[in-house]
Design a protein around this ligand. Structure first.
Ligand code: AOF
Ligand code: ZN
Length: 358
């Protein structure tokens, strides 16, 4: 199952909106086929594992040197491990449970149940009804953690929320005043590259009006291969000029505003209404949910980050502390959270916090 999780992670950034899934076919303690789900519309993990067993080196060796003489016989004696319950429905691809049954596999080991209401136990039932032995809940927590975005989206009806900021050792995220409309770099180039990796993995990125006006960021994925996230920009009174980088054509942009504004059909700039009176973080999450974004990064500034902290709608925080010193500045958000890990990226430290109350 650990190998299934390892394989599944290869799909991070490409399987969305589908979950990350890995599968391994085992005979006599040897892996005889493996695979992972790569992209929506493409084969699911189990399909890859079964297909791979036809050309797998270990499988070929067994067929040559044991009483088992056909691939069919081998499948009948093999065990299929999969990190998520095999699907039972016809989506973009046919049901994996049907394929497993048809291929003659009798022993199936599952990490966790699929929370998608179209599946939710029906895959397991199908397998059991066909006479397969099913073991479920193996490394269950790790398998759920693997799909924290998918599970949060399905069960809490909101995206998984990452907070991210960089601060100086004194706890400032930016100088009070600056001359140029661009960010002042607190973290080093390596940690900035890591932030681009995060952008490639997540589906949405949120900033407030001040960050858009003062830093003029484009919020795209440039220093890592992958897709740029959808930009969600808070602009209560539509103050951000159309020349701002967030309006470039590199990714869709959702403007969250209290001004009633029509969205022009077939454009990548979408206007979404928010009342701004209370629960702004909750309203932003509802907008992200409506647009099918399973994860969002709250990128700043302090006011926007603090809104999510105060409403207690966040799951994980990435806090970079750089070596540069500022005499005076805008204070970093204030929060009370459990430190999960601490790493140094050259002269910048990265503390990852988790919200244990969620
Ligand atoms: C599996 N194995 O590898 C994955 C599963 O539209 P489709 O056909 O691609 O189905 C997508 C749904 O299938 C997805 O929402 C989730 O419930 C399940 N994903 N199931 O048996 C896989 N990726
Ligand atoms: Zn499937």
């Amino acid at each position: 199952m650990r190998r299934c999780i390892e394989l599944a992670k290869n799909g991070l950034g490409t399987t969305y909106p589908n979950p990350l899934v890995g599968s391994v076919l085992v005979y006599n303690n040897l892996i005889i086929g493996e695979g992972w789900h790569y992209k929506p519309g493409k084969a699911h993990a189990e399909v890859h594992a079964i297909t791979n067993s036809k050309t797998n080196y270990n499988a070929a060796e067994i067929l040559q040197s044991s009483p088992i003489t056909s691939h069919q016989q081998l499948l009948e004696k093999a065990s299929l491990y999969v990190s998520l319950e095999p699907c039972s429905h016809t989506g973009k691809t046919p049901p994996c449970a049907d394929l497993i049954i048809a291929s003659g596999i009798k022993n199936v080991i599952i990490g966790c149940v699929d929370p998608n209401p179209k599946v939710a136990g029906k895959g397991i039932l199908k397998l059991k009804n066909a006479g397969c032995k099913v073991t479920q809940g193996v490394l269950e927590q790790q398998c759920k953690q693997l799909n924290k975005r998918f599970f949060t989206f399905q069960e809490k009806k909101r995206p998984y929320v990452f907070l991210k900021w960089a601060q100086t050792t004194e706890g400032y995220i930016a100088p009070i005043k600056k001359d140029k409309k661009q960010p002042v770099w607190i973290s080093n180039p390596y940690s900035r590259q890591q932030v681009h990796q995060l952008r490639a993995q997540e589906q949405g990125i949120v900033i407030g009006t001040t960050t858009a006006l003062v830093d003029n960021p484009s919020l795209t994925t440039r220093q890592w291969a992958g897709t740029s996230p959808t930009r969600l920009v808070i602009d209560r009174n539509l103050k951000i000029p159309k020349t701002a980088a967030i309006f470039n054509d590199k990714a869709p942009t959702i403007i969250i505003t209290q001004v009633k504004q029509e969205t022009t059909p077939n454009t990548s700039i979408i206007y979404e209404y928010s009342s701004f009176e209370k629960n702004l973080a909750q309203q932003i999450c509802a907008i992200a949910q409506k647009h099918n974004l399973q994860s969002i990064i709250i990128e700043g500034g302090t006011k926007t980050l603090q809104t999510f902290i105060d409403e207690n709608i966040w799951d994980q925080a990435f806090v970079y502390t750089g070596k540069i010193s500022l005499e005076n500045g805008i204070k970093a958000p204030v929060f009370n959270a459990t430190l999960h890990s601490r790493n140094n990226i050259k002269d910048t430290s990265l503390c990852i916090y988790k919200n244990n109350t969620q």
